[in-house]
Design a protein around this ligand. Structure first.
Ligand code: DGI
Ligand code: FE
Ligand code: FE
Length: 240
């Protein structure tokens, strides 16, 4: 069933955003939903985050600075040096105050969608990645590979996008916000820890003397033998 809140938001954004930004918004909302299906996240929350993520993108830098000052939204040095970053924070403010979103996960995802942040939630990562890979994007680097990777390993896709953006910012001498650097370092730590865990478990699987291997074997014998047998006995009993 189509949700009326989503329809209202879409109608309002169509009026307020320029046609290219509106198309991008629909693309991000759609991609957020696709990733939410893949990673078993709430589809409607993912759609709302995608729809509203750039809702403050219609203001110029000067206006955003004034609006943030007026609303006492704290600004970082990086945002003061490049106020275009403020559309994320200001967007979260609009989502809450003007579009009636009270779900903190959605608001946080909108707030960190440009720089990322430490300890990103599943929705933060879904929105961050969807913003980069949505079908309408064509300029970003390595898009086909990123699009594929997003549906294989979300953390690795997130890290690859962050590294690519940092490389671009460094090459163009753009002021880099510390949040962007922290987000990338944190995601690298997560990916490296996951890779180390995987390497250990592969080594243990190949080592017949490994104690964990024994436990795994005992456990799998229990699961595959005893439990399966008792289940089939139960099933037999039920049938007779
Ligand atoms: O609003 P969109 O264009 O859809 O996408 P976005 O909100 O992810 O913004 C993308 C731009 O933000 C991209 O050109 C890289 C830039 N960006 C990300 N982190 C930083 C940054 N720009 C600066 N100056 N500093 C950062 O730390
Ligand atoms: Fe944005
Ligand atoms: Fe965007």
């Amino acid at each position: 069933m189509m949700n009326t809140q989503v329809l209202e938001i879409r109608k309002s954004l169509k009026k307020k955003l320029d046609p290219f930004r509106f198309e991008h918004t629909l693309g991000v909302a759609y991609t957020c939903q696709a990733l939410a299906m893949r990673y078993e996240y709430d589809l409607q929350k993912a759609e709302l985050a995608g729809l509203l993520h750039d809702c403050a993108k219609r203001f110029d830098n000067e206006t955003m600075l004034l609006k943030c000052q007026k609303r006492e939204i704290p600004m970082t040095d990086g945002e003061l040096r490049d106020p275009s970053l403020l559309h994320a924070k200001l967007g979260a403010w609009y989502a809450r105050e003007k579009y009636g979103i009270d779900d903190q996960e959605i608001l946080t995802a909108i707030e960190c969608h440009t720089t990322g942040k430490k300890d990103m939630s599943l929705l933060d990562k879904i929105l961050y990645v969807a913003d980069y890979i949505e079908p309408g994007r064509y300029k970003a680097s390595e898009l086909p590979a990123m699009r594929k990777l997003a549906f294989i390993d979300l953390d690795l896709a997130c890290l690859s996008i962050m590294e690519s953006i940092l490389k671009y910012l460094e090459s163009t001498n753009c002021p880099i916000d510390t949040t962007t650097i922290e987000a990338c370092a944190d995601m690298r730590r997560i990916v490296e820890e996951k890779q180390a865990d995987k390497a250990i478990s592969v080594r243990e699987d190949n080592d017949p003397t490994s104690p964990t291997k024994e436990v795994t074997n005992v456990e799998s014998v229990k699961r595959n033998g005893k439990n399966r047998r008792s289940r089939s006995r139960r099933e037999k009993r039920r049938r007779h």
